[in-house]
Design a protein. Structure first.
Lengths: 150, 737
């Protein structure tokens, strides 16, 4: 059993401690916006926030949580897609297939929580998500637009 | 005359069994012009479709039916633009939906081809889609004219409003759609002249973005059905191996496990996979990893050892001729200088971000699947085949794809999901491959090498060229009936003469050479190849365009001028090349290292000029790429730009990292740690020049991939004096020669 605070709500789930948070979010909590891509923290599609910081949930065992952490998924980033990153993403029409974008948006918004005005070097170092459609050029523009909108 | 309209409307209502006269009166009493209030349509039955492509509801919402699959390439939006423009409808009220492959079958393939590949989404369906929309518009106008008792020729349409010019009466599409649906379609329609397009050619925002920003977009991997179980699969890791045994009892007590099943081979004999079905995928996969499994047989294939086969083909006597002409022997024997280079292309995985998956529900009477597929009809066929049910009792519900790139044109995973669900009749089962399964069991980009030799005369003119391609044929493995006397002409994408195959007219060589030969010694490894975004154009562009660069330097000539000298017969190819040269500052003395590439493929002219720096430690930085594309007609420029930018990510990821190797018959690269993809830190600035010259329809999703690697490889030479001919370049020393 584990108790999680996720998107402002407290939920109790019946899972083994070693279950990655990704799968708890998808299969027990039922929020499927957070995606499975690699299972080894390489691609970043599973990125969520724990207390505002980006975390790759596919390698984060649920048993490592105390229950006090605030977990945020793409569904909880804003009520109505109004987060500056979501607005910038809409304005620049960034997603192609879109599968990696929840993770991309959570990685970017998590970075901006800690570093509201990242340099290009900061972006290079902190945004390492894979996008096979190749939205990366627009992602960089989107980060800068989100900074303006914040 | 107004009564005629009323009667025909009432006839429609009776005939369609809607709720009767009340609706007929409501509809016929609707004032003809300048309605003061928006009526409440909530009590009305939905309108029938106007035709297969177009459904219009009472509130003027236009639903465009799209047969092709959306996998990120923007085809959904582009096709909707084609329909909306011909229809003269209000773009702000356009929605899309997928008609199911089963519905297409039942309606004698009214939506025609579902296959989404070959950069055909727009260009391969633009004619009948636009004609369908034009027919729908004619029927809407006729319905309005009937209602008013006026000639249709006196009515015009714009923004979903029909106006009768002489009287000034107006109505909307939503009001006449029901009546229009009862009319016979026009025998002939004329589509608009491109000069009259209003929505085609506009940089419209995609129609499918909103849900991709909130997690609301449901992909195949996200499907949830009542009572659904989840399956994790392990396939024989070694090529050609089969399942010998497994010990289900060892894992049946593990949390959530419902059943352990074997899965028979889709394409041959025996069982080739084992699946654990459980309450959650995590439980299924955990049990699968703990499951004792023994395999038997298989092929000890090694890509390292296969190099010798490829090398053998480079100089073999026998080869299939793809293109050629003139007197090559004469050119070579009279050469002032010969140049020779050998290049390679390794196996590559599509590596879609969404791993392979399908959810299937099987009963004795029916089998349905929910599936990300590039080919809904092939998926439907796979459902029928695997379920053993008549195809009329099968159905496919398509979902947006989390990447396709050609991988999801193959229905192997659909077949497998149905076989697994068949073990649990009445229970929906979602089968999801792990990343490792998706990496190991791909349909890989074929592997080839090429040895290219060229002759120069004393003035530095290219007098002869022989390109020998050695290696794998996609068609020989997947569609052998498409070979022509053994020749796989698709191997020669971008290198073909005109007239060899009508399906390959969009892949012809645009250079003119006096004396040349391009041939292919087929050498097939026991690895299943696939159509990988850009397909054979990708390596052919490297073989041709890196060699043209080598020849230009050997001749002491400017690589731009050297290429243009052979593009006299293809002004459109010359134009895109010149555009990237001009756009990048080619020939300036700013000290930047630049490389060029130009190709024709998938019906479009594309070029790139790359600027790179290589530091003293050999670290490559791809700084900027100027790209140009002439696809004939540009339906949505901002989406073309997105495809061009994305093509560099895909093409450069392959160039930098893309390599699948086999040892002992097993794929060695099983996840993104060993099969890397370009990250934002390595993403060059991309400037896209879209220069549609009109008069033809070219593809957009693929051709630019081919120019990515050659432009960068040629720029690396400009920076370092070193030719990189071995891909991927991840482990190579790029330091100055």
């Amino acid at each position: 059993m584990a108790t999680l605070k996720i998107n402002g709500e407290t939920v109790t789930v019946d899972v083994e401690d070693d279950t990655p948070l990704l799968w708890v979010i998808r299969e027990q909590v039922g929020l499927t916006g957070t995606k499975y891509g690699c299972g080894i923290a390489q691609c970043g599609t599973c990125t969520i926030h724990i207390d505002g910081s980006p975390v790759r949930s596919c390698v984060y065992p649920v048993g490592a949580l105390s229950g006090d952490e605030e977990i945020t998924t793409i569904e909880g980033l804003s009520e109505d897609a109004s987060h500056p990153v979501q607005q910038a993403w809409a304005e620049l029409d960034i997603p192609q297939c879109g599968y990696c974008q929840p993770g991309m948006i959570m990685a970017v918004s998590g970075m901006l929580n800690d570093n509201p005005n990242p340099s290009d070097e900061d972006i290079d170092a902190e945004i390492t998500n894979i996008c096979r459609c190749g939205t990366l050029a627009r992602v960089r523009k989107g980060i800068k637009l989100a900074v303006e909108k914040a | 005359m107004a009564d005629t309209g009323f009667l025909s409307r009432r006839g429609f209502i009776v005939g369609t069994g809607a709720t009767g006269l009340t609706i007929g009166i409501l509809a016929s009493c609707a004032p003809a012009a300048n309605e003061p209030e928006e009526p409440d349509y909530s009590d009305l039955a939905p309108n029938d479709e106007v035709n297969a492509w177009v459904h219009i509801d009472h509130d003027d919402t236009v639903t465009v039916r799209i047969a092709r699959s959306e996998m990120g390439q923007g085809t959904l939006t582009g096709l909707a633009q084609l329909v909306a423009d011909e229809l003269d409808c209000d773009w702000s009220k356009v929605k899309t939906e997928y008609p199911t492959p089963g519905e297409n079958l039942a309606r004698e393939r009214v939506w025609r081809d579902y296959a989404t590949g070959g950069s055909q989404g727009i260009r391969g369906s633009q004619d009948y889609v636009r004609e369908g929309a034009a027919a729908a518009k004619a029927m809407l106008i006729e319905a309005a004219a009937n209602e008013w008792g006026v000639p249709a020729s006196e009515c015009t349409s714009e923004n979903s409003v029909i106006t009768h010019g002489p009287s000034g009466q107006t109505t909307t599409y939503g009001k006449v759609a029901g009546a229009a649906s009862q009319l016979a379609p026009p025998l002939e329609v004329t589509v608009k002249d491109p000069a009259d397009w209003k929505i085609i050619g506009e940089a419209k925002q995609r129609l499918d973005t909103a849900d991709k920003l909130t997690g609301a977009q449901v992909y195949g991997a996200d499907v949830q059905l009542d009572g659904m179980l989840n399956a994790a699969v392990k396939q024989a890791p070694k090529i050609g191996a089969t399942l010998k045994s497994f010990d289900a009892a060892a894992v049946e007590g593990m949390p959530g496990v419902a059943k352990v099943v074997s899965v028979r081979n889709t394409f041959g004999e025996g069982d080739i996979a084992v699946a654990v079905i459980a309450d959650t995928w995590w439980h299924a996969n955990k049990a699968l990893e703990a499951l004792p499994v023994e395999w038997e047989g298989g092929v000890e294939f090694s890509t390292t050892e296969f190099e010798a086969e490829l090398d053998n083909g480079l100089t073999a006597e026998e080869a299939f001729v793809g293109n050629g002409g003139g007197d090559l022997d004469g050119a070579f024997s009279g050469a002032a200088q010969m140049v020779e280079a050998t290049y390679n292309m390794p196996l590559q995985n599509h590596a879609c971000m969404e791993p392979m998956n399908t959810t299937a529900l099987y009963t004795d009477e029916r089998c349905e699947i929910w599936c990300p597929t590039q080919n809904g009809e092939a998926a439907l066929g796979a459902v029928a085949e695997a379920s053993g049910l008549p195809i009329e009792q099968c159905e496919v519900y398509k979902l947006h794809l989390g990447g396709g790139f050609g991988r999801r044109a193959m229905p192997d995973y659909v077949h497998q999901a149905v076989l697994i669900a068949k073990e649990m009749p009445g229970t929906p089962v979602k089968m999801l491959w792990s990343r490792e399964e998706s990496m190991m069991h791909g349909f890989f980009h074929p592997t080839t090498k090429a040895r290219v030799r060229g002759s120069l005369d004393a003035d530095g003119n290219l007098t002869g060229m022989h390109m020998r391609i050695s290696g794998q044929s996609i068609l020989a493995a997947l569609i052998p009936q498409a070979l022509q006397d053994g020749v796989d002409y698709a191997t020669f994408q971008g290198l073909l003469p005109a007239g060899v195959d009508p399906r390959l007219e969009d892949q012809v060589l645009k250079y003119s050479f006096d004396n040349f030969l391009i041939d292919h010694a087929m050498r097939n490894p026991p690895v299943r190849p696939g159509f990988w975004r850009g397909v054979n154009l990708n390596q052919n562009a490297i073989y041709l365009e890196c060699f043209m660069d080598e020849m230009a330097h050997a001749a002491g000539r400017d690589p731009l001028e050297f290429r243009l000298a052979h593009l006299g017969d293809s002004p459109k190819a010359a134009a895109v090349l010149q555009a990237v040269a001009d756009g990048s500052g080619w020939g300036s003395d700013d000290g930047k290292a630049r490389g060029l590439c130009v190709m024709y493929g998938f019906g479009s002219y594309v070029a790139a000029c790359a600027e790179v720096t290589v530091d003293d430690d050999g670290v490559l930085s791809i700084d900027r790429i100027v790209a140009a594309t002439d696809p004939g007609h540009a339906v949505n420029p901002q989406q073309i730009e997105a495809q061009v930018e994305g093509s560099f990510v895909y093409g450069l990821s392959a160039m930098l990292y893309g390599e699948i190797t086999y040892e002992g018959g097993e794929v060695q690269e099983r996840n993104f740690d060993t099969y890397n993809s370009l990250r934002i830190a390595d993403m060059p600035e991309v400037e896209t020049i879209i220069m549609p010259s009109g008069g033809f329809w070219g593809g957009v999703g693929e051709p630019t991939i081919a120019v990515a690697a050659p432009a960068v490889l040629n720029a690396i030479y400009a920076a370092t004096g070193k030719r990189i001919r071995q891909l991927p370049i991840k482990d190579q020393d790029l330091r100055n020669a």
